[in-house]
Design a protein. Sequence first.
Length: 327
Amino acid sequence: MPDDNLSLTAKREAAVTALADVPREPGAKKPDPILVADDVKRHFGGLLAVDVDHVEVQRGSITALIGPNGAGKTTFFNLLTGFDRPNSGSWTFNGRSLHGTPPFKVARAGMVRTFQLTKALSKLTVIENMRLGATQQKGESFWRAMLPFTWRSQEDAITQRAEELLARFKLDTKRDDFAGSLSGGQRKLLEMARALMVEPELVMLDEPMAGVNPALTQSLLEHVSNLREQGMTVLFVEHDMDMVRDIADWVVVMGQGKILAEGPPETVMSDPRVVDAYLGAHHDQSLAELEEQLETGTLAEEVAAELGQEPAETVAVERTGETKDGR
Ligand SMILES: Nc1ncnc2c1ncn2[C@@H]1O[C@H](COP(=O)(O)OP(=O)(O)OP(=O)(O)O)[C@@H](O)[C@H]1O
């Protein structure tokens, strides 16, 4: 649909243009921030999991929050949406302080995050999950959601919105299936559709690509881009750097609880601090250790395992010039 594509490009361009003059530095001020956080700290015992001095999220943009495992991204999401409490700090959404606000009130204010489908939710049907999206986040009771005759006046509107969203996310044929029977990708779509039941302004997605079959990847990317198309702001945590490059207008990097870097994807991903943060387990190793691992082939095995491939005997073979049977 050319018109949709045109409009999508225009929205992306508008977001990129709005961010063009923003300094590429941690805590950079944005021209029209929807979310602003200050001095947010969360300790777990002796560990300072989140230590964010200042961060702003530009309205109407798709912002990626990236960083190595344990950087504090999910904890920061939990704090912002009221699922966890900070030791100190403050943040505003649309200029309104949300510190100490419970999740359903955060959602009612227009800021939602996706939830993983727990075992309990897997035992409900797709449409029941959608109804629960309207109620769980709005603070209505579970039983009222499950027993629509107790609140018939609202039920029609909620069901209609749920049906529309299911059609948009191509889940309408799964309407009466148990959520637990869906594939990983379909579950992600259901999570996203359910979050939209409250007509949010800011959608926070925690690893939308995790566990998604490549066949559904493109469709998921389009759905996320479409949220911006419809005027929403998106903040997402993701390890899939292709996704970040493809759809993010702005990238915020966390490491050890702090904001390390910010900027457009192409700038951030070539930033030495970001490359450093992502070097991960092998970063601290001495060359001698790495050489030893190369000699014994264990590094090749690790790499192969991460890529889901057979251990690559050829790596050792190429280095030694020997074949498997010693020739
Ligand atoms: N409830 C908790 N109790 C104790 N430590 C926790 C708790 N939740 C998180 N942590 C610790 O806080 C740190 C940040 O974890 P968090 O899950 O926020 O990181 P992350 O950046 O989301 O990582 P990942 O990309 O692996 O999901 C980690 O060291 C983690 O072990």
